[in-house]
Design a protein around this ligand. Sequence first.
Ligand code: ASP
Ligand code: MG
Length: 412
Amino acid sequence: MLLVQKFGGSSVATPSHIAEVAKKIQQVLSRGHQVVVVVSAMGDSTDHLVDLAEALVAIPSGREMDALLCTGELVTTALLAMKLEQLGIPARSFSGSQAGIHTSYDFGRARIESIDPALLRKALAAGITPVVAGFQGVTATGDVATLGRGGSDLTAIALAGALNADRCEIYSDVAGVYTADPRIVPDAVPLSCLSYDEMLELASQGAQVLQTQAVAYAKGNQVVIHARSTFHDEPGTQIEAEPVIPVKPAVTAVAINRHVAKVGLLGVPDSPGVAALLFSVLAEHGINIELVIQSVSHDNLNDIAFTIDEQDVPRARSLVEQCLVTLHGKAVVIDDKVAKISAIGSGMLGQPGVAARVFKALADSDINIQMIGTSEIKISCIVARQDAEKGLAEIHNAFGLNGLVDVIEDPQ
Ligand code: ASP
Ligand code: MG
């Protein structure tokens, strides 16, 4: 079997961690498998590199920032490759460029445009274990570009796709994907499997187990992901198209995003083009919108409210105030003390009453819902930030996720 195994920052945080990872790889090789290893930067070293840059320059250029950030992963590749060699395993470090990962020019959040893993194939054929630097690739003109924070997951998944690997294993310090963040909901339990769509919703709602772009890539290329713990032998979580499970809970997991702000425009005209104007202006400035609510019109006027990332509040405020003047609206209100809590599960498809149960769980603990958004497999509520963690735990509880007791017979 050909395996891609990715080890995250905390799994390679110190030389002794790297030595343990090397032993783990040795065991897999001794069972006759081939492995392509992908590594993150050691521990928090990417954060330290960011701090170094910020100590010198307020807004460094994208190219130089990526030239700096890519070094974290390079350090790990060389250290792990030399440790493997010392164990008698032929191994070689590869930069993203040497691994054939070609990217767009969006420094700091580059997209993978193509992969030519010829050198990796050659190494494998010669019995050499490649150790690839995650999080980076090369532009058409030879500049290093990074794939966004957490981007080593994407490297691993993309390589697994390009090499047609049998498995892509993502190792970290957690035992896979949980029903909720265990730091917030202590009785959260690990999930044995979930679908790409559920994982995408979870990752984009703030669960930090896997990078969102990486999950999207896995979905597009049908790469099965196995997320598991590096130093413990728990089974971990398998993420694939439609996991076969005998019974499906209505809600698989809950997620929280505390970094949300609510923006409202009150008393704008109820006429065609108003929402288009407002959201085009925000889009032009790269401000991402999430939930949107428009009230039922009264006296030919509307209120429009939406959520954004709290970081975007200062920029959004001035843009929205300009729009208010253009539209002769009445007022702008901004609340940056809200949070979003979401219940996610493909089991809720076609199952009535799930939203009502989410709302009731919040009502029973006297938590006011400010906004609601839904997709086919997700129900999100905006609540006051101070209530959010309690609300999350209540929803987790209401759906019995701690013991996974809330199951319905799978109709199939
Ligand atoms: N080292 C990078 C980061 O910390 C990429 C990664 O770990 O996946 O974001
Ligand atoms: Mg990292």
